[in-house]
Design a protein around this ligand. Structure first.
Ligand SMILES: Nc1ncnc2c1ncn2[C@@H]1O[C@H](COP(=O)(O)OP(=O)(O)OP(=O)(O)O)[C@@H](O)[C@H]1O
Ligand SMILES: [Mg+2]
Length: 158
């Protein structure tokens, strides 16, 4: 449904629940973030496949903070999840690390700045394939925010 007050864009369903979590960029906290997100999203009754997709996308974003945003120290990762009444899950992962100088380039499949040969440059591609939309904002030396959105197929329980 279009709404003139919103410039002709479809009106977004209201936010019905949200959570915020700050945690240090220890690699072991990636599994903690996955578990916390899974528990929170469970209220929307996702399928096993939807839950797996969302956790996978989240893992990629959190790992990027650990590996790239804070390459030589532990920094804070902020996870913010919002649920809309229509069953849309919006996940944002924010760091205040090194930032990304060229976001378009960074999002290209197989692009990586990893010189050690341990990374395949597929993290953003995975996030894109498992989400309906992904937005990346970043400033060198200030940090990066990745916001992903995925609408669940089933009915919302909220
Ligand atoms: N939070 C971030 N802070 C700084 N740079 C980032 C961040 N996230 C991604 N990048 C940059 O974008 C590049 C591409 O990220 P992407 O996740 O697609 O691949 P990768 O992390 O290099 O490899 P993979 O995810 O396959 O292990 C990274 O190599 C890095 O240079
Ligand atoms: Mg990555």
């Amino acid at each position: 449904m279009k709404d003139k007050k919103h410039g002709g864009r479809p009106r977004l369903a209201p936010i019905c629940n949200e959570m915020k979590l700050d945690f240090p960029s220890h690699s072991k906290n990636e599994s903690f973030a996955r578990a916390a997100a899974g528990a929170f999203i469970a209220s929307l009754d996702p399928t096993a496949s939807e839950l797996s997709d969302i956790k996978c996308a989240l893992s990629e974003a959190v790992t990027n903070c650990t590996v790239h945003a804070y390459p030589d120290h532990i920094g804070i990762i902020r996870l913010h999840i919002k649920l809309r009444t229509d069953g849309t899950v919006i996940i944002s992962v924010k760091d205040t690390g090194v930032g990304i100088p060229d976001i378009k380039k960074a999002r290209e499949p197989l692009f990586t700045t990893d010189a050690a040969g341990e990374r395949s440059g597929m993290g953003f591609t995975v996030m894109e394939s498992f989400c309906d939309s992904i937005k990346v904002t970043s400033k060198p030396s200030k940090g990066t925010t990745v916001t992903m959105s995925r609408k669940l197929s089933g009915k919302s329980s909220l």
